[in-house]
Design a protein around this ligand. Structure first.
Ligand SMILES: [Zn+2]
Length: 84
């Protein structure tokens, strides 16, 4: 391990601090991204969801912040699903 990159260390420390703050409020795995508009959504508050059959990984659930985003997704899911 190298401890010579002070700039990187400072950046990491700030990043870890922000993550710790977020984790204190909400578990990280409850936050997902609306694939249409890119907004962060809390799964527990998501009112609009859609299931889409991923590539060889079974059904994935996607979360949206609005019905408009959900409808956009459902009209052309392949445009929004990340291909691995
Ligand atoms: Zn959206």
């Amino acid at each position: 391990m190298s401890a010579t990159d002070a700039g990187g260390q400072n950046f990491d420390a700030a990043d870890v601090s922000r993550q710790a703050e977020a984790a204190a409020n909400t578990p990280g795995d409850q936050i997902v991204t609306d694939p249409v508009c890119g907004r962060k959504i809390d799964k527990r508050q998501a009112q609009y969801t859609a299931n889409y059959l991923g590539q060889g990984q079974g059904w994935d659930t996607y979360y949206f912040d609005s019905e408009e985003c959900k409808q956009l997704f459902e009209s052309n899911p392949q445009q929004y699903v990340k291909s691995a």
